[in-house]
Design a protein around this ligand. Structure first.
Ligand SMILES: *[C@@H]1O[C@H](CO)[C@@H](O)[C@H](O)[C@H]1NC(C)=O
Ligand SMILES: *[C@@H]1O[C@H](CO)[C@@H](O)[C@H](O)[C@H]1NC(C)=O
Ligand SMILES: *[C@@H]1O[C@H](CO)[C@@H](O)[C@H](O)[C@H]1NC(C)=O
Length: 301
């Protein structure tokens, strides 16, 4: 994931051009999705999809918070580039005075579909994340007053990075598959569209929609070290539908801006890093995430 983080960091660096020292570019940041964005929402759930132990977090200032990475997540890096004051807290631990600045609802193993990820235990699906956001919005409305709250929520940035698990932890696990990839992608897009409409109705006007990465290169399905072009082609097909969804939202809502991120292009399979050498610090995670863990404390050959 390191390369994705770095590349997106470069992308958002352009946002810094107008940045006044110490003044965040957005007053608030709300985060939805899966383990790519989770900042600790799974810590108290009964699930195997947890990351609140070492060596997760070995490069993060607050240690192992439940982030599924050695360091910052993509949304942490985006927040840093936007000049946010600290990282956005997970829903279960965010303090009342912090909610006005944003909340992170993302949950490892979760998906657009409710059943996605059930194999590893509890998770907070996108529909449940929307319900949690509804509750937060009503608390903000109580504290700021309805009109101020609406104006405030319009100015916030919203990140939606979800869908990987609907493929890897759902569709591709079913054998034989009960629908074509195209038909399944269509149902995901329809459901995500409902969720995004809910988000819009709750005041979101600046939304980042992340496309999916080259999941055919995940170590999990890539034992031989060769990416699955079948899986990556399916991701391509899905991402094109996701981009049109963003286009449709922009057409339908002239007061909103939906930005689609071409993750698959940014994280080109050809650009994936070479495996990390097993050493005493990194050996633990070597076999499950050799392409994911890019710690400054690991050495590379
Ligand atoms: C909220 O905005 C509406 C419509 O602009 C206005 O009629 C109403 O008086 C405002 N309420 C408050 C409490 O400011
Ligand atoms: C966009 O508007 C059209 C026409 O009103 C509607 O049929 C469609 O469902 C809308 N799409 C979204 C994603 O809201
Ligand atoms: C990783 O897998 C290899 C071969 O499958 C095995 O020999 C090695 O002990 C494993 N390393 C760890 C840390 O589990």
């Amino acid at each position: 994931m390191g390369l994705l983080l770095v590349t997106i960091a470069i992308l958002v660096a352009s946002l810094e051009l107008n940045m006044i020292n110490g003044e965040p570019q957005v007053p608030c940041f709300f985060i939805f999705g899966d383990s790519l964005s989770d900042s600790g929402n799974n810590n108290n759930l009964v699930t195997l999809a947890k990351a609140n132990f070492l060596p997760y977090g070995i490069d993060f200032p607050d240690g192992h918070t439940g982030r599924f990475t050695n360091g910052r997540t993509t949304v942490d890096i985006i927040g840093d580039h936007l000049g946010l004051n600290g990282y956005i807290k997970a829903f279960p631990i965010v303090k009342e005075e912090e909610i006005v600045g944003g909340v992170n609802y993302a949950s490892g193993s979760a998906g657009i579909r409710a059943e996605t990820g059930f194999q590893v235990g509890d998770r907070i699906s996108m529909d449940e994340q929307m319900n949690n956001h509804k509750e937060i919005v009503s608390r903000i409305s109580t504290s700021l007053g309805q009109n101020n709250s609406a104006a405030h929520l319009n100015k916030c940035l919203y990140s939606v990075n979800v869908g990987s698990n609907d493929w890897m932890f759902n569709y591709f696990l079913k054998a034989p598959q009960t629908s074509t990839p195209e038909a399944y992608a269509g149902t995901l897009i329809t459901q995500l569209s409902d969720q995004l409409n809910t988000l819009y109705d709750l005041g979101a006007r600046k939304v980042i929609l992340f496309g999916l990465g080259p999941l055919g290169c995940l170590p999990l399905i890539n034992i031989q070290g060769i990416c699955s072009s079948y899986v990556n082609d399916v991701m391509d097909m899905y991402n094109i539908k996701l981009k049109s969804l963003a286009d449709t939202f922009n057409t339908n809502h002239s007061d909103a801006k939906f930005i689609w991120i071409n993750t698959l292009d940014i994280v080109s399979p050809n650009n994936l890093p070479r495996p990390w050498v097993e050493d005493n610090k990194c050996t633990l995670l070597w076999n499950i995430s050799k392409y994911v863990l890019q710690s400054t404390q690991c050495s590379m050959y």
